[in-house]
Design a protein around this ligand. Structure first.
Ligand code: HGY
Ligand code: MN
Ligand code: MN
Length: 415
């Protein structure tokens, strides 16, 4: 494992360098299209070049590094993850998969193994969806699933996605060319931190992902009536914030009663025209619901919407409910997962399988290609938090398993 530890050390050094590219000097925030994002993107492209890959930035802003097969018409195997982040993020969510991918391809190039498929390493540009609230912009383009109306989506400053793409040098008329055609896929592999506590609690370095939970992202608007905090009697108010507060606790209680099947989170709350002496007239909040079971995901969304409607009726507040994004649960490819089991056994690592509550770029890709994911233990399962951390020995274990997996995938691949 000495060699893998050395390789892991180089990956961590690069993760630390990449973390310096941030919109906020006090923490890591790197959202799609920002100056920090572009600097990080350029750095990743330079590392891909150094590794001997043919690189390009595609029209949506993904960084792509290609290792050509000797067979011109070969299919393409993609290894990827993302380099955008949430606000006040951890350093490993995304970059670990991209930088380990560079390491794996460096290893493959130096082994001079003949590959029966092209390999494309992709650093996706917008998995989190923090700026435009729609996730997977980069991987949707590569999967050929990018929907044109997304171009008109505006960020909080009223800047459209179209403007940001063009500002970064992308050509919206050529987004389609950046997709990999359905018949050209050999498969997709993503290494990612678990972002949950199971591996940490069980003291196991890696896990095979069997499925990825579906998710619904909803924008909820409560419209009451702004008023004077000193003059409107309590029983005559249409207080949008009190209404939202009751909804938030009711949602938490609903999800708590169904905790085996769903999780629900309100991560953003915005009071319009807020002031200490004004009864809040309009409040906007986000709602994020996840489930590994699509029917339960749909019914939970409907039931939570009914809960919101009942609370608004009682409080005489109007409700606006906007489904921003929905992705179905994904089942990872069994043949690739069997190769991962083989690779884990060959690496003398304990085998465990997990369902991912977090979404990943593998989600849109799964519509066009078989996908596999390898989770890596992270400190107490903490993620989307600057305390996010991964131990060298766990990255070394992931490298060992991935080397074995890629070797076996190459050997068993039918042209
Ligand atoms: O929200 C998620 O599941 C992922 O971190 N984008
Ligand atoms: Mn991620
Ligand atoms: Mn994330």
């Amino acid at each position: 494992m000495i060699k893998e530890l050395q390789r892991a050390n180089k990956i961590v050094q690069r993760i630390n360098k990449l973390a310096a590219f941030s919109e906020d000097k006090h923490c890591l925030t790197r959202t799609y299209g920002s100056k920090a994002f572009i600097e990080a993107r350029n750095k990743v492209e330079a590392w891909m070049k150094e590794a001997g890959l043919q690189t390009r930035i595609d029209n949506i802003g993904n960084v792509r590094g290609k290792l050509q097969s000797q067979y011109k018409d070969a299919k393409t195997f993609v290894i990827g993850s993302h380099i955008d982040s949430v606000i006040n993020a951890g350093w490993y969510d995304g970059p670990l998969g991209v930088l380990t991918g560079i390491d794996l391809l460096e290893q493959l190039i130096s082994s001079k193994v003949k590959i029966p498929f092209h390999i494309e390493l992709i650093a996706f540009c917008d998995e989190e969806g923090c700026r435009f609230h729609t996730t997977y912009l980069g991987s949707k383009v590569v999967a050929g699933l990018f929907e044109e109306p997304l171009l008109e989506t505006k960020d909080e400053n009223g800047i459209s996605l179209k403007d940001v793409i063009e500002e970064m040098g992308g050509n919206i008329a050529r987004l389609e060319e950046d997709g990999i055609a359905l018949d050209d896929w050999a498969g997709y592999f993503e290494i990612h931190i678990e972002q949950g506590p199971v591996l940490f609690n069980k003291n196991i370095p890696v896990a095979i992902v069997t499925a990825i939970a579906g998710q619904c992202r909803i924008g909820v608007i409560f419209r009451g009536e702004a008023g004077h905090a000193g003059t409107v009697p309590m029983d005559m108010r249409k207080d949008a914030l009190a209404c939202a507060a009751e909804f938030i606790l009711a949602t938490e209680s609903y999800a708590g009663k169904n905790k085996k099947n769903i999780v629900a989170t309100i991560g953003k709350l915005h009071i319009l025209n807020s002031a200490g002496n004004v009864i809040p007239g309009e409040v906007i909040c986000s709602l994020d619901i996840r489930s590994a079971n699509d029917a339960i995901l749909n019914s939970s969304c409907d039931e939570i919407k009914n809960i919101a409607g009942d609370i608004c009726k009682t409080r005489n507040v109007d409700l606006e409910w906007n489904l921003i994004q929905k992705s179905k649960p994904v089942i990872c490819n069994i043949e690739m997962n069997n190769l991962l089991v083989q690779a884990i056994t060959a690496s003398n690592v304990e085998k465990i399988e997990l369902i991912s509550g977090a979404g990943h770029d593998a989600v849109p890709i799964s519509a066009v290609a078989p996908v596999a994911m390898l989770f890596v233990r992270c400190f107490k399962g903490i993620s989307h938090n600057p305390l996010e951390n991964v131990e060298l020995k766990d990255i070394a274990a992931a490298i060992k398993v991935s080397d074995n997996f890629i070797r076996d995938f190459v050997q068993t691949f039918k042209l």
